[in-house]
Structure formats: C-alpha cells, structure tokens
Design a protein around this ligand. Structure first.
Ligand code: F6R
Length: 612
C-alpha cells in the first residue's frame, strides 16, 4: 500500500516521478505528492485524489530539479486530504520524507517531540519520523545518513522511506523494513520505487533492498549498509519485465486485458513443469524438499482475499490426489491465534504481490515454530519469496488491475501442479491417470480461450443485472471457492453486495433472501455434485429467484430451469475452477463498467496490502 518513487541523476525528475506514480497507482490512490529540489529550494506539490489531480494542480508551476521523489497514498493514519498527503517536511522545512508502511510507536514519539517544541501539520504517523530525523540531525551534529539510521533504530513498524535534504541536493537516503523497495541502477543516475515498474524504461539493472538496509545515493555513488552500520555489497539483478506488459494494449481496462491474458498466463505457468507423455510434474523450486514432502503430516495454506480462495481450491486438489490433510487459514487470523505447528508441517503461503503484511507475519510465525514454508507468488523478488524456504512462481506477469484475475488462475494452476507432484511422489496416483490428467491440463489454456468467447453473452446478462443490489453465488466442492471468488469480484469492483455460499448451505439461512429480485449465480457444471446442484437450483426457482448458471457445454438439464446459462468447455473435475472462474470475472467486469465504476481502481482498495 502506498507507492513511492525517487530519482537522482541528470534528467528532470518530475516527468520520471509522475510517470512512476501512475504506474504505482494500483498501490493506493487517496492522494499524491512530489518533492523536488531546485537550487537548494525544496518545492513540494501535493493533492488529495489521484495522480492526475496532482498533475493538473502542478501545471504551470516550477517543476525543475534533477532530484525528486513522489508518493501515492492509501490512507491509514489521517483522512485522505491535501495536508495528510506525502511528502511531509521537518519543522525547519529543510528535510522531507515519503513513506510506505506504518510507524507503530508514532504516538509516543510524537508526544516526546511535541514536548521538545515540534509542531505537526498532519495527522500522519509519517510526519513524526521526519521530525525525529530532524531532532537527531540537530542534536547529534551528524550527517543525514547517520541521522536517518539512528531515527530508524527508534521506530517500530514497517517502512519504505525516501528522505531528501534541500541543503544537500546531491543525495537521497532510502531505507526499508517490511515494505518493498527497488533501486534502479543507471549511468550517473539512480531510481527508487516500490516495485520495478517505474524503473523498467530507464534501466534493467536493479537492486532489491533488504529489510533493515539503508541506502545512500548520489548521482554516481551508492552505499548500502544495515541499520547496525555494517556495509553491504549490493547484488545487482537484471529485470525480466517488459514495458508492454505494463500497458493496456488496446483494452479499455487492465482488468479486461488481464482476463484475456489467461490462456497465455496459464500456459506460462505450466511451461517446463509438466511432461504429459511421461506423466511427470517437475517443480524445481521445491525439489530439494521432496523427502520431507513424502512424510509430512499436513499442509497449512495461509493467504488473504483472492489468494485465500485459491488456497481453498488447493485444499480440494491436494487432499483428493495426494491424500495429505490440508487446512486453509486466513493469514490475518492465523497469525494472532496460537496455532499448533510442528517441524513436520509444511506451510504454503500464497500471495500475488508477495508483500501482504498478514501473510508475511503468518510466515514468520510458522517459521519460528519450525515449519517448512513454501511460497506461491507472482511478483519476482518480492518479500514473501525471500522469507520462504522454497517456492513456485506463478509467472502470470504484472497484474495491474486491483481486482485479481489472472493471478488467481495462475495460483490455482500452481496448486494443481503441487497436488499432482505430491501424488506422484507419494504414489497415490497411477502413472496412467497422471498422463491423462496432465494431457488435459496441457489443453486447459485452449479451453480458457473458448470460455472467453462467451464475452458478448455475459455482457448482455450483465446489462440485466447492473442495477441489482444483492447477488448470491453458489457452488459445491471446488465450485464453492469459485463461488466465493465470483462474489468477491462482483462486490469489490461494482459495489453490489454479493455472497458466495456452498450451495447446500443455502437452506440454512441465505434462502430467506431469495425473491424475484435476487440473482443467484450457480456453478452447475457436470461433475460429481451435478445432481445435487440441480436440486439447489430448483430450491432457488421455487422461491422465484433468478438463476444464472455456469454449465458444461451441451448441457440440457440445467437449461430447462435456469434463466440464463453460460457454457464452459467440458473438463475433468480437477480443472473446473480454472474454467468456471472465467465467466464470473467477465460478469463482474461488465456489471461494474455498466455501473460506471472504476474497475481498475475500485474505491478504498489497494493492490498491495502492506498494512495489517
Ligand atoms: C481481490 C484481491 C485481494 C487480494 C488480497 C491478497 O481481487 O486482489 O483480495 O487477493 O489482498 O493479496 P496478495 O495475493 O497480493 O497477497
């Protein structure tokens, strides 16, 4: 949450920083601000609202300076407003800071600083940090780097910060703990950002700063040290990201582009990992743990939101094929319980961003208790892959729409591979069955492509329900997490209240909601619970509910009773979630667009939830 960008070099900083903020806007869009130094003058522009509003506000003003930094905010402490926007400044107006994260002990620090005469101009935790740096800078008679280092030793919480000093216009200080930060290395210039997307068009060489590291950047010098003052050797990596991955590519929205990318993203996720003719799955990321995997007592999956739904699909698949018991936990609940975890447990943490604070905390706790931790992550180089013992990347490519789509299907694909891999290792599946399943899995991207062909039909159905106030999603077996995911997609981008339910649970309460105005989306594909789902549809119809059914192509039974049917290709039950999710994503998308909602940046949300 919150995006930060910094630049020091020979080019004008404003265009680099503003463009970078647009790329990072998915991280938060409550307010935006930029600080520039021009001839020892610190100029700050900040505005509540989106980056575009900042751009309009700053037009015509002095935007000169080859050193600058910017911030796009997802509000935690203090309402979204001009005064709470970053950058924040010290009392003497000389120092400024941008910050992503939360300073947990800010209230105590603020009290102390107020007693020493500091006055505050915002309600944020961040402002406290720049006053603290100012205080240390003044009292310790040291340089800025040391002042920042000493100040950070006094704060608890999470941060990625950049600090500038108008009296030292040739240096930037950056530091991180718990929030992401990448440094782009150019010729005579450096870039700083929350992820690599603002950097990619200037350089492919990056350094991922580690927790508790602080970087001192001049135009032609970089020094990284730890908070305990030990100097570090920077590890420069080459980015695989391509610029076109960050563009809408002719689609109206990133979300639609990402929905349509799924045949490609699932294929990328499978590439080099399945050998259908041999009936073999290869997961090099977790290979070295194979002996341990054969003897584990259980798997605990931890995740949040959509990733948690993918985890629920994983539970069905892993238990079905490898017969290892699986528990799926909300990371935010798990971390605050005192769960029973032993060295014989494997914890799988799922996260698109790799930065979700609750998931990270759950990993740390399970690690302390001796569990082996695997990660399923999309963003290469993010924090979660670095916290885990091993893992599997989803390779879905950058997901920019705030609502997760292709990341979900890629996570489900990886979990499918893990289920088959474990089954193969434990001997709970025959080779011929594995050949059959892998052959079909190899073909799933083409089936996803076919599922996408229902787009126009789905749009016309969306038109009928765009004014609905509520919607129920029902599914059984692995169709249940798909129903949960369908409901989450609809509510988060269209603001229609939606709930996902196991179809059979409906009669234990939600059935009371059904009347002639209630759309009920039912996953009614031909699988082991088909007959049961048909009974549930009849229960809905008997109460005059409107049924929108996701059915297997050629279905005739459900068509007799449902009001609308959307077909998906036939597939083995294991692959149902990958296909049934597609029409639900499109349905939410079209309803949200028809309602005039901002589908890529829904209100109150941010893509990377780095606060708990
Ligand atoms: C919903 C959505 C969120 C995320 C959740 C976890 O569309 O995107 O529910 O799934 O915030 O994020 P990650 O996967 O980055 O840990």
């Amino acid at each position: 949450m919150c995006g930060i960008v910094g630049y020091i070099g020979f080019r004008e900083a404003w265009p680099i920083v503003i463009k970078g903020l647009k790329r990072l806007e998915y991280r938060g869009y409550d307010s935006a601000g930029i600080a520039l130094i021009d001839n020892n003058d610190l100029n700050i522009y900040k505005k509540a609202g989106k980056v575009k509003e900042l751009e309009d506000f700053a037009e015509g003003q002095n935007l000169t300076g080859t050193i600058g930094m910017g911030h796009t905010r997802w509000a935690t402490h203090g309402a979204p407003s001009d005064r709470n926007s970053h950058p924040h400044t010290s009392n003497n107006g000389r120092l400024s800071i941008i910050h992503n994260g939360i300073i947990e002990n800010y209230a105590i620090l603020k009290d102390e600083l107020e007693q020493r005469g500091h006055t505050f101009n915002s309600d944020t935790d961040t402002e406290v940090l720049i006053h603290l740096i100012e205080e240390i800078y003044k009292n310790e008679k040291t340089d800025l780097l040391e002042a920042v280092r000493l100040a950070l030793k006094e704060v608890s919480g999470a941060y990625a910060i950049v600090v500038m000093d108008q009296d030292n216009p040739d240096e930037l200080i950056a530091a991180r703990k718990g929030s992401p930060m990448v440094i782009g290395v150019g010729q005579g210039e450096y870039f700083i950002a929350s992820d690599a997307t603002p950097i990619i068009e200037y350089t492919k060489n990056v350094i991922y700063l580690n927790d508790n590291e602080i970087a001192f950047l001049k135009r032609d010098e970089l020094l990284i040290k730890r908070l305990d003052n030990v100097v570090q050797t920077p590890y420069v990596q080459e980015l695989e990201l391509k610029l076109e991955m960050l563009e809408k590519g002719g689609y109206d929205h990133f979300m639609l582009k990402e929905i349509y990318e799924q045949p490609r993203s699932i294929r990328d996720c499978l590439r080099g990992r399945i050998y259908p003719e041999e009936g073999k799955v290869q997961l090099s990321g977790i290979k070295e743990f194979v002996d341990k995997l054969k003897n584990i007592d259980r798997i605990i999956i931890v995740a949040c939101g959509t990733s948690w739904h993918a985890g629920l699909v994983g539970e069905y698949l892993i238990e079905e094929y490898s017969r290892i018991p699986v528990e799926v936990e909300y990371a935010s609940e798990f971390r605050y319980r005192n769960p029973i975890i032993t060295e014989k447990d494997v914890v799988i943490a799922i996260s698109q961003s790799g930065e979700t604070a609750d998931t990270m905390a759950a990993i740390e706790m399970a690690k302390e208790k001796g569990a082996t931790i695997f990660g399923i992550c999309n963003v290469v180089g993010a924090s979660i892959p670095r916290l885990t013992h091993a893992g599997v990347y989803t390779h879905a490519g950058p997901e920019i729409g705030v609502a997760s789509t292709k990341a979900f299907t890629a996570q489900v694909t990886v979990l499918t591979l893990i289920a088959f891999y474990l089954a193969q290792q434990k001997g709970t599946i025959t080779n011929s069955k594995l050949i059959e399943l892998l052959t079909e899995l190899d073909n799933i991207p083409d089936k996803v492509q076919i599922a996408l062909q229902s787009n126009d039909l789905i749009k016309s159905i969306g038109e009928k329900f765009k004014d609905s106030r509520n919607c129920l999603f029902l599914g059984r077996g692995s169709g249940f997490p798909v129903a949960l995911e369908g409901a989450l997609k609809l509510k988060e981008i269209s603001y229609i209240h939606a709930e996902g339910y196991p179809a059979a649970e409906m009669k234990h309460g939600p059935i009371a909601l059904i009347d002639e105005e209630m759309p009920v989306v039912v996953i009614a594909t031909k699988n082991s619970s088909y007959e049961k789902v048909i009974s549930n549809i009849q229960e809905v119809k008997a109460r005059k509910g409107i049924v929108i059914a996701i059915v297997t192509e050629g279905d005739t039974e459900v068509k007799k009773m449902a009001d609308y049917c959307i077909e998906i290709p036939d597939a083995a039950e294991a692959f149902l979630p990958l296909l049934a999710t597609i029409p639900l994503q499109l349905l939410s998308y079209h309803i949200a667009v028809l309602r005039g909602c901002n589908v890529d940046q829904p209100r109150n949300l941010a893509k990377s939830v780095t606060v708990e």
